[in-house]
Design a protein around this ligand. Sequence first.
Ligand code: ZN
Length: 138
Amino acid sequence: MRYKDLNELSDVGLVGSNADWHNLPKEVYKSVKKEKLTLLRTLHDRISTDAKLPMPPVRVEPFGWVSPDGMSVVFGKTEWFALKDGSYFIGVLMPVSTLVAVEDQVLLRRILCHELRHWFWYLQKLFHGGESVDPALY
Ligand SMILES: [Zn+2]
């Protein structure tokens, strides 16, 4: 389980240490705090409205990701999160590199919809007793 320091189940937010966030270039940190989170929140809400289903919570961490073989960029994944009260949820985790590299809102929405599909797939596996299924799907 990741991020036991989460305090709340808001729709969109940041995870990771303050030190890691402040290691990013200032422009990146400012842009994420001022604009990118708002954009993510807007896309999150629109997807929920369009799908007539709740989009899972989305969290952004202060890193860039590549695939395990190092050959491709990873834009997001589904992941377990733990709240301080001991409860858990499955949400979407994105590296900040996605918000920096993907300026096109249509593409960012597609990435979120892709993760929504993984979220459904994972829930379906859980309902059918697939507890050994790795929730970390790219
Ligand atoms: Zn995928």
